[in-house]
Design a protein around this ligand. Structure first.
Ligand SMILES: NC(=O)c1ccc[n+]([C@@H]2O[C@H](COP(=O)([O-])OP(=O)(O)OC[C@H]3O[C@@H](n4cnc5c(N)ncnc54)[C@H](OP(=O)(O)O)[C@@H]3O)[C@@H](O)[C@H]2O)c1
Length: 293
């Protein structure tokens, strides 16, 4: 099969748009998926996508070649960010974090250019932009922090704008976790953490974030904002108490020592669940750990 990432002489000379063909070219299948940022979440999305569409091709775009061998082994065709594409894809998911780039909104815009508009384009954003720091309630359309107040939320909101303007959708995710990754693992490693214990945070297991992403992609939503969380907000202290209670970790957490940093928020995504027809496999962090709340 031809490789859609090959650079043609015409494309490097400024090919007209119609040369960027989609599924109709016969080279890109109608269910082929491009994953920009095939990291922990992206690889789970790839696995679930292939279960839905056996025989489809899954492509992955990265910043470095560091993980290309790993990607090939799990059936993802890797390419480097910035590689000129000869073809556009019916399904594109951007699930790279904002850490390895100086122009995150620009990267998201580039990814949108790889979408042919037929299936769907999804950007996995974060729930950080919701303007709430008193442990209050937030839902899908709660107000967000105004542009200019925080560089961290500015970057996310500008990236979201690039997506929504092009007909893509946004999935604002709560804190992602699996056994060895996430806030609990980070705090266990540190032992003592200079943050207040009563800050409420929100979680979603990586597998559930992947199943929700796939469900949204499959429904071909356009221009929508969804929320990904398990609807079981916990204080930092409660998270670490559950970790201790589970007996599943060898390290011992000493405690939170902060007193004056901001509080958090309580997320609820009932609307997303109803619209997408999705429920998480892990109903809560306690459920994941196999302990009662
Ligand atoms: N972690 C959380 O708690 C949390 C919370 C809310 C939302 N999110 C969002 O959830 C998504 C998935 O997170 P994750 O933990 O699965 O990510 P991850 O594993 O850290 O993703 C790393 C992968 O992304 C690639 N990458 C990084 N920057 C890129 C860029 N600008 N363009 C293309 N590829 C890039 C890396 O390339 P190399 O292989 O070259 O290194 C690597 O393959 C992200 O969008 C993140 O912002 C995460």
């Amino acid at each position: 099969m031809a490789n859609p990432f090959q650079v043609s002489a015409s494309s490097s000379m400024g090919a007209p748009n119609e040369e960027l063909k989609g599924a109709s070219s016969g080279l890109v299948g109608e269910n082929d998926l491009l994953i920009v940022g095939p990291g922990v979440l992206g690889r789970l999305v790839a696995e679930k996508w292939r279960q839905e569409y056996p025989g489809c091709q899954v492509y992955g775009q990265t910043v470095t070649t560091d993980h290309h061998d790993e990607l090939i082994k799990i059936g993802i065709r890797p390419s480097l960010k910035g590689t000129k594409l000869n073809y556009r894809f019916p399904y594109v998911i951007f699930c790279a974090p904002p850490l390895q780039t100086s122009d995150y909104p620009g990267d998201v815009r580039e990814a949108a250019l790889s979408w042919n508009g037929e299936g769907s384009f999804l950007f996995t954003s974060s729930s950080a932009p919701y303007d709430c720091n008193d442990n209050g309630q937030c839902i899908e359309d709660s107000p967000v922090v105004p542009i200019g107040r925080s560089p961290r939320t500015d970057v996310l909101l500008k990236a979201e704008k690039e997506v929504l303007e092009r007909g893509g959708s946004v999935l604002r995710l709560a804190g992602l976790y699996k056994a060895d990754r996430g806030a609990h693992a980070y705090w266990l490693e540190k032992g003592t953490v200079e943050l207040r214990p009563d800050h409420i945070l929100n979680l979603i297991h990586y597998e559930d974030a992947a199943s929700l992403s796939v469900a949204i992609l499959k429904k071909k939503f356009h221009d929508r904002i969804f929320l990904g969380c398990d609807n079981h907000p916990l204080s930092r202290q409660e998270v670490m108490d559950l970790v201790a209670k589970s007996g599943k970790f060898t390290k011992k957490f000493e405690g939170f020592t902060g007193t004056s940093d901001p509080l958090g928020k309580k997320l609820n995504n009932t609307k997303t669940r109803e619209e997408v027809g999705w429920e998480p496999k892990y109903a809560s962090f306690a459920h994941f750990l196999g302990v009662s709340n």
